[in-house]
Write a protein that binds this ligand. Sequence first.
Ligand SMILES: C[S@@+](CC[C@H](N)C(=O)[O-])C[C@H]1O[C@@H](n2cnc3c(N)ncnc32)[C@H](O)[C@@H]1O
Length: 297
Amino acid sequence: MLDIHFGDNLEIIRAFPGGSFNLIYIDPPFNTGKVQARTQIQTIRDENGDRTGFKGRRYRTVKIGSKAYADTFDDYLGFLGPRLEEARRLLAPDGSFFLHIDYREVHYCKVLLDSIFGRESFINEIIWSYDYGARATKRWSPKHDNILWYAKDPERYTYRYDDIDRIPYMAPGLVGPEKAERGKTPTDTWWNTIVSPNGREKTGYPTQKPLAIINRIVRVHSNPGDRVLDYFAGSGTTGEAAVRQGRSAVLVDSNEEAMSVMARRLAFAGPRFHGWEAGSGAEESNGLFAAARNATP
Ligand SMILES: C[S@@+](CC[C@H](N)C(=O)[O-])C[C@H]1O[C@@H](n2cnc3c(N)ncnc32)[C@H](O)[C@@H]1O
């Protein structure tokens, strides 16, 4: 079963009954949708300047920088906070919550989530390391995302250890043929490439996350038949992972293009749309996914 809702997620998820989801994964955009850029200027004496100041002196204005980051940050936690509180309310007693974020915001989000779930409910910080693209020349290239895992009840949560996929040993010669053949379980650092720009998985939606990452989360942190929620659904990766592994999913997004992409990608699952009809709005055009453009990679 797959339900896809169109609209602002806060309003939509507030209407869902408490305790009704076993797994919630969200991958919110960095930008809240508001342009918060604040440009700093300086005035400099200049006879040809465009401003007149004290005693009729002429000045010109020079742009010396922007405080867009700090402004966006303030607004970001204000935007995210109520949506994180809803996550806890919506989780079933054995439920888990995953917040996918990046190095810029993760520390602030961790503190916020500790206050909502309680510090004891924090189980892991998963590092998704992808090593793709250009290298920075003035600092270490940031090539990872952070995924925070909180359990509603740290004493009782779903963790299907036997369903964890195995990865090759780095030095198989040291562990013997049987172990080498079986592989090992991953740690909290997950190596996986980004969605390949030319690969079959690519939907064209910016910030699309790899199915392999979400598949692992769904497989290990929910049981077959469970209900999975993603209220920043984008291209519907969580929906695909959930339905293909026998879970039901509820997806929410406020972007028309996300709806179009999901309609195509998830047609195999016969989704029910709420608040949107295929072909009713702006169809995607040349990757103009405005609302998602400033989001995490
Ligand atoms: C980073 S993208 C998610 C990408 C997704 N994980 C995937 O694999 O395709 C974030 C999504 O959140 C959506 N979004 C942002 N603000 C929203 C809001 N208030 N309500 C619902 N969706 C929102 C954007 O439209 C965008 O599609």
